[in-house]
Design a protein around this ligand. Structure first.
Ligand code: DWN
Length: 406
């Protein structure tokens, strides 16, 4: 039996995806195999928090080798530049010396904007390789997990923060109440905690269950964030939909009574309520859809193999670990996956053992089909890779549905 990580109610099981490896453990053949865990998704019908039952140890997931760099995507660089502008717009007093803290700053793609604008800032990240990337750019960053000790150290060295920002990070941290409590301490009385994460209702609608992997222990909705904030003496006062990662939500949280509750938030909460955020039916349907998608993808790949076609993958994403392992796809069905991250080249995918090569080599090896694992960057990738279609390579997508693109 699992209890909700926020409100402690008993969780209701939704779907078990089976044994999964660490999603970002791209390794050499000779390296030890990845740590594994049972990936079961559950929902709390008390506070609506959708979550995984178990999660591997944080130090197995985030360490000196974390092979993901936000800044590799042009679209994400633009997104974080505009996220930074929106945070500046929250500040009414333009002469104020503001201080922004980013939790999970990765390679500093967001905080580079603070640096450019002369805004006092600090990034925190547990992975030393990305912290070094920040420091090499002149972005202030420290290595460590964000918690009580880190919050106190930041206050002692820099004072309280006007803004705390996090993107695709809070859903990684299991002790969510503790995070909210410590962010509450770090924030000035009128400060704002702005964070954005893949949105529960987008995942349900697109059946993008590959958003769930070891790191993504939560899939938030406005309802669950409102409840977590309340439980920890904070208040959700606004939300803003984002196009990133197939549909994300940006949440604005402050101290109780400090900010006006927005109309947008009220509408969003109504929408979630009417859509059945606390009703088991929508989650049962999601589980059915996940199994249906697995069958459809397997059928398509089997039929292409039987027809003698060469199928490969594009982008060795964290998400691909869930798809490949849940659908039991290995190098018999997908010969290789190409990727732009130098750290991943020459390695194999976790669990499924598919070799990773560069995009240049992929073109030389010319597959007939490419499964797009970075479907969340579809527009960016299809436009920069239009040469592939001229080479006779067709794209296979599986979000929102399994199909070969025209
Ligand atoms: O939350 C998280 C999100 C935001 O980023 C993480 N826990 C880790 C990571 O997840 P992901 O690996 O699924 O992210 P992406 O951005 O969907 O995929 C990144 C991978 O795709 C990289 O290995 C690089 C590759 N890629 C590529 O080869 N060509 C990406 C783009 C945009 C490209 O054009």
């Amino acid at each position: 039996m699992h209890l909700c990580r926020s409100c402690s109610e008993t969780l209701t099981p939704i779907i078990n995806f089976g044994t999964m490896p660490i999603a970002n453990y791209f390794r050499e053949h000779s390296d030890p195999p990845p740590a594994t865990f049972e990936m079961q998704a559950l929902v709390c019908l008390g506070c609506s928090l959708f979550q995984l039952g178990d999660q591997p140890l944080p130090e197995d997931m985030f360490n000196g080798y974390y092979p993901f760099y936000t800044g590799l995507s042009k679209h994400m660089r633009q997104h974080f530049s505009s996220a930074f502008e929106s945070i500046l717009e929250l500040n009414q007093d333009k002469d104020k010396d503001i201080f922004i803290v980013e939790i999970g700053c990765n390679d500093g793609t967001f905080l580079e904007n603070a640096l450019k604008n002369g805004v006092r800032h600090l990034g925190v990240d547990p992975s030393s390789n990305v912290v070094e990337k920040c420091q090499s750019k002149g972005v202030n960053a420290v290595k460590g997990f964000f918690g009580k000790e880190m919050a106190e150290k930041i206050i002692q060295n820099h004072g309280q923060a006007n803004y705390v920002f996090a993107a695709n990070v809070i859903c990684h941290i299991p002790n969510v109440n503790e995070i909210f409590i410590n962010i509450g301490k770090l924030l000035e009385h009128d400060g704002v905690f702005v964070f954005e994460e893949p949105y529960l209702f987008s995942m349900l609608e697109l059946v993008s269950f590959d958003q769930l992997y070891d790191e993504h222990v939560f899939m938030f909705s406005a309802t669950s964030v409102k409840n977590i904030a309340k439980l920890n003496n904070l208040e959700l006062f606004d939300v803003e939909k984002q196009q990133t990662h197939g549909g994300s939500m940006r949440y604005f949280v402050g101290k109780i009574g400090q900010h006006q509750i927005s109309r947008r938030l009220e509408e969003c909460l109504n929408y979630e309520d009417e859509s059945g955020v606390l009703n088991l039916d929508i989650y049962k349907k999601f589980a059915e859809n996940c199994n249906k998608k697995k069958t459809e993808l397997n059928n398509l790949l089997d039929s292409l193999k039987n027809a003698g076609k060469k199928v490969a993958g594009y982008a060795a994403t964290s998400k691909s670990t869930t798809i490949l392992n849940f659908c039991e796809i290995d190098s018999n069905l997908i010969s290789f996956i190409s990727d732009s991250t130098p750290d991943k080249i020459g390695k194999i995918t976790p669990g499924s053992g598919i070799p990773i090569i560069t995009h240049e080599e992929m073109i030389i090896r010319k597959p007939d089909y490419l499964v797009l694992f970075a479907w969340n960057h579809q527009r960016e990738i299809l436009s920069k890779e239009d040469r592939l279609v001229n080479l006779g390579i067709s794209w296979i997508v599986f979000v929102p549905e399994v199909k070969i693109l025209d």
